[in-house]
Design a protein around this ligand. Structure first.
Ligand code: CO
Length: 174
């Protein structure tokens, strides 16, 4: 399992709901956490490993030694979002070296299924809410650079152009 990099079209694809809560799903989740830790991330959405599924994982500490912080959300949806929003810096494993400010609600109430298919409600705040909302966007084919302010969009344009050139080169050689 490898990280899918911008501008791979798989990052823009529509995702399908998880229907089978089986060992295969558990194996996918484990592999996603391994890739996430290896690449020093705090969150990962299924499209980022080439799977068009409504599945995301995160660990706000990004530390495999703190596995009690691991969160697995299948078929997540937002029930409520706070009117209060805040800008914060974000990066994304599909955009190596690119960072920028994104405005997100400070609190969200979420419904999602766990690995057994059981539904849970979660109240997420601050950093947890930011990670979740970033990963949820991936399930809708929305990328964090889409939400950058005009100044950040201009600033990262050369880096995006580089990633686009690398993607075309990797396509041409495969
Ligand atoms: Co991302």
């Amino acid at each position: 399992m490898d990280i899918v990099l911008y501008p791979d079209p798989r990052l823009r694809r529509k995702t399908a709901p998880i229907e089978n809560f089986d060992q295969e799903l558990a194996d996918i989740v484990r592999a996603m956490f391994e890739v996430m830790y290896r690449t020093k991330g705090v969150g990962l959405a299924a499209p980022q490993v080439g799977l068009s599924l409504k599945l995301l994982v995160y660990n706000p500490e990004g530390d495999p030694a703190k596995s009690e912080q691991e969160r697995v959300l299948a078929n997540p949806r937002i029930l409520r979002r706070s009117r209060n929003k805040e800008f914060g810096e974000e990066g994304c494993l599909s955009f190596p070296g690119i960072f920028g400010q994104v405005e997100r609600p400070l609190e969200v109430t979420v419904e999602a299924q766990d690995l057994n298919g059981e539904k849970h409600q979660l109240e997420l705040k601050d950093w947890d809410a930011r990670i979740f909302l970033h990963e949820l966007d991936h399930l809708d084919g929305i990328l964090f650079v889409d939400r950058f302010q005009p100044g950040d969009k201009v600033r990262v344009k050369p880096q995006l152009t580089d990633l686009e050139a690398q993607f075309r080169a990797s396509r041409a050689s495969s």
